[in-house]
Design a protein around this ligand. Structure first.
Ligand SMILES: Cc1cc2nc3c(=O)[nH]c(=O)nc-3n(C[C@H](O)[C@H](O)[C@H](O)COP(=O)(O)OP(=O)(O)OC[C@H]3O[C@@H](n4cnc5c(N)ncnc54)[C@H](O)[C@@H]3O)c2cc1C
Length: 310
């Protein structure tokens, strides 16, 4: 891991910086490249602009590691209201949530009750519920709660991280239960005992996992393979593999983050792939934005530039 990446990920997890970072106006200004605004209405506006381009949306209200049960309840109510509003308006936006935002650090059973309330509302409104993957200490419990949820609700998916050595085993277990998988490379700082330290190995593992995910499409048990990456070469390799395996262009579903690789998003739509863009909103953007900087440390220059922009 590069020093810069390590420093940025360290900042993203530092409590003092999490509290004070959002007050830095130039960081806030730079973060706007990756999020259309703080409010749900900003997300909806972005989704409305993407739809005519053939791109649907996944959305998340930023927040993690909540330390107050009332905040977890507030977030749950917010998502329930939003799911109802989307259902009524017939807008295709899928929620993606973090379990620590629903109070996992405080009370596992209460966070599951919150999660269940969201899954029930997603189910009732014909939506799909995605669960993000956080640091390795949360992987077991995230998978456990996802599997419990799937026993009750059909359209549930979870994120898996290709940088973890364990992911092939986790993938096989999820496929068995017909749980959707959004495969990503992984955004946190993890030790070499648990995660591939070299980027080339992460990329290769991503491809290997992707081939297994595509093979499992034929099971038709609800398993939904999604590739959450901006890596153009990797996507091209996965699409070529899918074509060789006789799959249709639409069998490859790619999710990207708002503001990243816009040209590639449009190219993929034109080529027949399914593309969704994850749009984030909310005021707790600092750790999330630091992880975006860590993914591409050159982005730090945008922060520096935003200090001097008029
Ligand atoms: C839809 C979605 C959901 C995600 N959910 C999770 C999750 O739940 N848990 C988790 O650990 N991680 C999550 N991630 C983040 C993921 O783990 C990676 O950190 C992130 O996607 C960067 O890796 P990459 O696959 O794009 O490949 P990289 O090899 O890092 O990047 C490939 C190319 O994409 C571009 N790029 C990548 N990142 C950026 C950026 N921040 N700014 C500008 N350009 C960039 C650059 O051109 C780069 O060369 C998610 C990512 C996506 C797209």
């Amino acid at each position: 891991m590069s020093l810069m990446r390590s420093v940025l990920l360290g900042i993203s997890e530092n409590r003092w910086m999490r509290a004070r970072g959002p007050r830095l106006w130039f960081v806030r200004r730079a973060s706007r490249a990756f999020m259309p605004g703080d409010e749900f209405a900003d997300m909806l506006r972005a989704a409305g602009e993407l739809r005519p381009l053939g791109i649907d949306t996944v959305f998340t209200r930023l927040g993690e590691n909540v330390t107050d049960a009332s905040e977890a309840s507030f977030v749950t109510r917010h998502y329930v209201e939003v799911l109802d509003a989307l259902g009524t308006a017939g807008i295709r936006c899928e929620p993606s949530i973090k379990l620590t935002q629903l109070g996992l650090d405080l009370d596992k059973e209460q966070s599951y009750a919150n999660l269940r309330a969201l899954a029930a509302r997603a189910h009732a409104t014909g939506n799909y519920l995605w669960i993000d993957m956080e640091q390795t200490s949360y992987v077991d419990v995230t998978l456990e709660l996802t599997k419990r949820l799937k026993a009750e609700f059909p359209r549930v998916g979870v994120c898996l991280q290709a940088y973890l050595y364990r992911t092939m085993d986790d993938l096989n277990a999820l496929v068995e239960q017909g749980i959707g998988v959004r495969l990503v490379k992984g955004a946190y700082k993890e030790p070499a005992t648990l995660a591939y330290p070299k980027k080339a190995d992460v990329d290769e593992n991503f491809f290997t996992l992707a081939t297994v995910m595509l093979e499992c499409l034929s099971r038709k048990n609800g398993f939904r393979p999604v590739f959450g990456t901006h890596d153009v070469n990797l996507i091209a390799r996965i699409r070529a593999h899918a074509e060789r395996a006789g799959l249709a262009a639409r069998d490859v579903e790619v999710h990207m983050l708002y503001g990243i690789q816009r040209g590639e998003q449009l190219r993929l739509v034109k080529d027949g792939a399914i593309v969704r863009v994850l749009v984030a909103y909310g005021s707790f953007w600092f750790p999330w934005y630091m992880r975006r900087l860590a993914e591409r440390p050159a982005n730090v220059w945008f922060v520096v530039k935003s200090m001097f922009a008029g």
